[in-house]
Design a binder for this molecule. Structure first.
Ligand code: FE2
Length: 472
């Protein structure tokens, strides 16, 4: 997973805590290539920005190519949105936050689309109820694609002709809109997978997705990590969401981090030990959830003729014990760690180790076109540091950190301030991106967040322990 060929290594230092030792933070040129999200260069070349816009928007169409027209309308649970809705909502975002304020003689494509395709921006106006998005047989799929074409044409005109005094703001909002589109590209895959999994025929999204065969997960190791007082959050260069700022310092004690993600085979031991039926290992809310939902295994797992299978975007497959476990909730990850006498990492611990990536083409992101988490490569020794496998891609890594504002955080003014800030309660932070995340969307400071019972995201976990914990 982590390549042997690495770019040039730069070294910078973070301030140390009471240990007084010096920790190396490695920043690689390859990390710069991918670690900074380069979607649109704010203030850059207009043609490049137009091409970036076209490139990102086209990915949404590409992801929908395997769908039949009937697939576009299904909403099989409240957290899922129909594919058609995603295509329209991302278009509404550009229409509302770019065309409406900056297009000369703006008129909406349709007077009611703002109501239908506004997700949660209260300052923009009323919206159609989220659980009822699947009721929308109209507008048709063709009409949604016509909406996209219309807004794309008008966006191309805006990007080509925006006056100098508005250029920085237009490019900044366009960049936000494209990252928003990329977020919805991952949601599209999450939602398509869930919708298809609810169909007793278990139809595959694609028939050409080959499973990993013959690879074994490397031996699990503990990698010692030196803590200290370090800076966390985005440093201001390149794009980041507001929830990654302000950059600030925090103290992290020395800790040990798992060399790779927890595998299906390891999680199977948790199942076979009867842990889904034993309240001893569960948080109270987690145990209530397990009881109410009747959970006996990760989402998408089912036993067929005595053998565990899992539904994937490539259809139903036997569970591969070497792949990382995925589609587990925070409750399940936390219980697994507790059962082992261990814990999940905090988001600071994760960021201390992951700050120099993502670093290479082999990290399993959307563009790798596997659309399923893969078997880990080995630990890579780089300079004097051993780097854990699978820090980026494959699955989002659950942390034990609540999704809360960083010190000094204030949401941006206006409706776009509703993007992240108002969700900072009762959710957990996930890091690193997944096999369904566009590579240029991710960075080491990226904070994804979900409620602790949710598990339809491509999410898994790695283990951590305190230095005085000798649990193997
Ligand atoms: Fe959205």
């Amino acid at each position: 997973m982590v390549p042997e060929a690495r770019g040039a290594v730069n070294r910078r230092f973070c301030n140390r805590g009471p240990h007084g030792c010096t920790g190396l933070v490695l920043a690689r040129t390859a990390a710069r290539r991918y670690g900074r999200s380069v979607v649109v260069q704010v203030g850059g070349n207009r043609d490049e920005n137009a091409r970036a816009y076209h490139r990102v928007r086209s990915w949404s169409h590409k992801l929908c190519e395997p769908l039949e027209v009937e697939d576009y309308v299904v909403q099989s649970m409240v957290d899922v949105s129909p594919p058609k809705w995603h295509l329209a909502h991302t278009t509404w975002f550009f229409e509302t936050f770019l065309l409406e304020p900056f297009e000369r003689n703006f008129r909406p494509f349709h007077p009611r689309y703002c109501y239908l395709f506004n997700s949660y921006y209260q300052q923009v106006g009323d919206m159609h109820a989220r659980p009822q998005r699947g009721w929308l047989s109209r507008p048709t799929v063709d009409e949604i694609y016509a909406y996209r074409r219309n807004v794309d044409e008008r966006m191309a005109e805006l990007l080509a002709t925006v006056p100098d005094e508005h250029q920085a703001e237009v490019h900044s909002r366009t960049e936000l809109g494209l990252h928003h589109e990329q977020q919805h590209q991952e949601l599209l895959l999450m939602d398509i997978k869930y919708n298809l999994s609810r169909n007793p025929l278990r139809p595959a999204y694609r028939d050409d997705l080959a499973p990993d065969v013959g690879q074994s997960a490397p031996q699990f190791e503990w990698l010692e990590q030196t803590g200290g007082e370090c800076s966390f959050g985005h440093d201001g260069s390149g794009f980041a969401y507001d929830n990654e700022s302000p950059r600030h310092t925090a103290f992290v004690a020395d800790f040990h981090l798992g060399s790779r993600l927890v595998t299906n085979g390891e999680f199977l031991e948790f199942i076979e030990a009867g842990c889904y039926d034993n309240p001893e290992f569960w948080l109270s809310d987690g145990w209530t959830q397990v009881q109410q939902a009747g959970w006996k295994a990760p989402l998408y797992w089912e036993k067929i003729d005595g053998a565990w299978h899992e539904f994937t975007l490539g259809g139903l497959r036997p569970v591969n014990e070497h792949e990382p476990v995925s589609h587990v909730s925070y409750y399940e990850a936390n219980s697994y760690a507790y059962w082992r006498g261990l814990r999940l990492p905090t988001e600071y611990e994760w960021e201390m180790v992951g700050r120099e990536g993502p670093a290479d083409d082999n990290d399993n992101f959307l563009e790798n076109d596997r659309l399923h988490p893969g078997v880990a490569g080995g630990v890579v020794t780089d300079a004097d540091r051993r780097q854990p496998a699978q820090m980026f891609g494959d699955v989002w890594e659950l942390t034990q950190s609540p999704y809360a504002p960083y010190p000094g955080y204030r949401p941006p003014a206006g409706a776009l301030g509703e993007y992240n800030g108002k969700f900072m309660v009762s959710q957990l932070v996930l890091r690193g991106g997944s096999c369904a995340t566009p590579r240029s969307h991710i960075r080491s400071t990226y904070r994804n967040f979900f409620y602790p019972h949710m598990r339809w995201c491509f999410q898994g976990f790695r283990l951590a322990r305190d230095v005085d914990n000798v649990t193997p």
